[in-house]
Ligand binder design. Structure first.
Ligand code: ATP
Ligand code: MG
Length: 591
């Protein structure tokens, strides 16, 4: 890792912040913390059962939170609909009754396929209340990715909209023998009549607003999430009701949620971030969430941050890079006095993006790390700690993280000292850890060694305990005896004013093993040329040294990305080598 990347630190202390941070003293809180006590705060010990939707919604009834807005839904056309905690409790009860009346019970799979409309959120919470398992699907999937996921997850119920049903589902129904009920929302949000389906609005009206929440156990299956498919075919990760304790604790520490916050998580519930932190965590904290139905648009996003007075914002590096493309000046035309904390997840956050936050938003962006498998944030830059741009921060209270190397006998050992690359491993025992990959038991077992969960990501820890992402184990480049992480090379390229995005791969080479090749897309106003290529090569050599800098740079109009916004390096590599592209079900359209 280039030393210059570590030289700059953004110093922060609790007293500099406008709001007292939930995690003011890192060491003291780690020492004090236990999952058991955090669960007890949510009443788990007293109650003896745990249901995510009960904790998130019904637990607030009879408290001042019940009248607060839980979700402010903003439709594509800008229309707003506020749903209070009280109203959400009733609507989700109705949906739970809809399922119960259809004979859908505990453990049965309810899939959700819709844009970010109120019914999606109500159905998710209602299905959880009923003890059914919720599986959100990304609405831009085509029929084939939908078919494989619905079949793998043994869908019993599908909630979707009329047009999504007609375009994507009707044609694959014959291949889904377990699917017993399709519940439709009209395209205007109202009723619809399509043969072979149920009209959700009618069923909701007919069902009772009272419902006795299923008394599920901490280890009962609650959610099914498919991974992003960045490294291969997406896996179905199983999560349990007890995970709510981790959603609660991690949102307290890493997102610093306070009761009066207006929170905006930009992720779609089709990805784990959009469920763990777009639905569950903010409700557990009783805050108001903004839900925007529309896709990314720089001007719309700045306007939303301003008008909705968002105080805590959780987004992704790809979105930040798109905002950067538009320049800091655009951001500065908006006044964001309410905004006090910005966090990002999903990919490594380039140091340049952290600094851009300071310049454009007046706040640095706080990177954090987790995976579909971990169910919640594990490593984070929290409000009161110094930020080292390019680092993903430190393990949260309750999380023990290690850098390990594989021994010859197949077991793992701690690399022992700072500054050594190895695989990131976590000590098992946090409540939101996945409990299986659907139909892939062997693969699940291989993720563990003793009491360690092996993440598949390569990292380094520095002497201050900060973790630095090097690359996915599959993406790391071995060149002339060096191990090169693509992230470091990409971050150096992004520092160049012409570069919007960069993706770096290892290209097989008979002499040195692999050589580094970079693909870059340019910011508006720059055109590709031989001269620019030379400039970029020289810039990279200056920043990284000849051993690590790319030997080749190619220009692309856009990099291939997953629909959750991650650069698909395996696709860059397959294309480079003329190999089959493999599973592209999560590839963004046009990439
Ligand atoms: P698949 O497992 O199907 O290949 P995926 O790993 O991209 O897809 P997710 O679970 O959505 O699916 O993503 C988790 C991964 O994303 C992490 O393992 C890591 O590689 C990357 N990631 C997430 N956050 C960060 C971060 N802050 N810094 C670096 N990498 C991150
Ligand atoms: Mg993964």
């Amino acid at each position: 890792m280039a030393m210059s990347m570590r030289a700059s630190i953004i110093h922060k202390t609790a007293s500099d912040l406008r709001v007292r941070p939930n995690l003011a003293d890192y060491e003291a809180e780690r020492a004090r913390f236990s999952w058991e006590a955090t669960g007890a705060e949510l009443g788990l010990r007293a109650r003896g059962w745990v249901n995510i939707a009960h904790l998130a919604v019904d637990r607030h009834l009879g408290t001042p939170v019940e009248d607060r807005v839980a979700f402010r839904f903003i439709a594509r056309d800008g229309r707003r609909r506020d749903v209070s905690y009280q109203a959400l409790a009733q609507a989700s009860n109705r949906f739970a009754n809809v399922l119960r009346n259809l004979g859908v019970g505990r453990g049965e799979r309810v899939f959700l396929l819709a844009s970010r409309i109120p019914e999606l959120y109500i159905a998710a919470l209602g299905a959880l209340k009923n003890g059914s398992v919720v599986a959100p699907l990304f609405p831009a999937f085509g029929p084939e990715p939908l078919r494989t996921r619905l079949a793998l997850g043994e869908a019993k119920v599908l909630v979707t909209t009329e047009s999504l049903y007609r375009r994507k589902v009707a044609g694959i129904l014959g291949e889904l023998p377990t699917l017993a009920h399709v519940l439709l929302v009209g395209d205007d949000g109202g009723s619809t009549a399509v043969s072979g389906t149920h009209d959700l609005a009618t069923l909701m009206q007919r069902s009772d607003v009272r419902f006795d929440v299923e008394r599920t156990g901490a280890d009962d299956m609650a959610l099914l999430h498919f991974t992003s498919g960045t490294t291969g075919t997406p896996k179905g990760a199983v999560h349990v009701h007890g995970a709510a304790v981790a959603h609660y604790a991690t949102a307290r520490y890493a997102l610093d949620l306070h009761a009066d916050d207006v929170f905006w998580c930009t992720a779609d519930p089709g990805w784990v971030t959009g469920t763990s932190y777009g639905i569950v965590a903010p409700l557990l904290h009783g805050v108001t969430s903004i839900v925007d139905e529309a896709d990314f648009d720089a001007e719309r996003w700045y306007a939303l941050l301003e008008e909705q007075r968002v105080s805590v914002w959780y987004t992704a590096p790809t979105a930040v890079r798109m905002l950067m493309k538009g320049g800091a000046a655009l951001a500065q035309t908006h006044r964001l006095p309410a905004l006090r904390f910005v966090a990002s997840v999903g990919e490594p956050l380039n140091p340049e993006a952290v600094w851009w936050g300071e310049e454009a938003l007046g706040l640095p962006i706080h990177d954090n790390w987790w995976q579909t498998e971990t169910g919640g944030i594990m490593i984070a830059n929290t409000p009161a700690m110094d930020i080292k741009p390019g680092s993903m921060g430190k393990p949260l209270p309750g999380i023990d993280a290690f850098v390990v190397a594989r021994r010859d006998d197949g077991t793992y050992e701690d690399v022992g000292k700072p500054g050594v690359q190895g695989e990131l491993a976590l000590r098992v025992g946090w409540p939101s850890m996945f409990r299986g990959y659907l139909n892939q038991d062997e693969r699940y077992r291989k993720c563990f060694s003793g009491d360690l969960y092996l993440t598949g990501d390569l990292v380094e820890r520095d002497a201050d305990g900060y973790f630095w992402f090097v690359g996915r184990a599959d993406d790391v480049i071995k060149s002339a005896g060096h191990l090169i992480g693509p992230f470091e090379v990409e971050s150096a390229l992004i520092e160049h004013p012409a570069v919007a995005e960069a993706g770096v791969i290892g290209k097989p080479d008979p002499v040195v093993g692999e050589t580094v090749k970079a693909f870059v897309s340019l910011k508006a106003g720059f055109v590709e040329s031989e001269d620019l290529r030379m400039q970029l090569l020289a810039h990279a050599r200056r920043r990284l040294g000849a051993a690590v800098a790319p030997k080749e740079i190619a220009f692309l109009a856009a990099l291939p990305r997953t629909r959750s916004g991650k650069i698909m390096r395996r696709l860059l590599k397959a294309r480079e080598m003329g190999l089959p592209e493999g599973d592209t079900s999560t590839l963004e359209a046009g990439a």
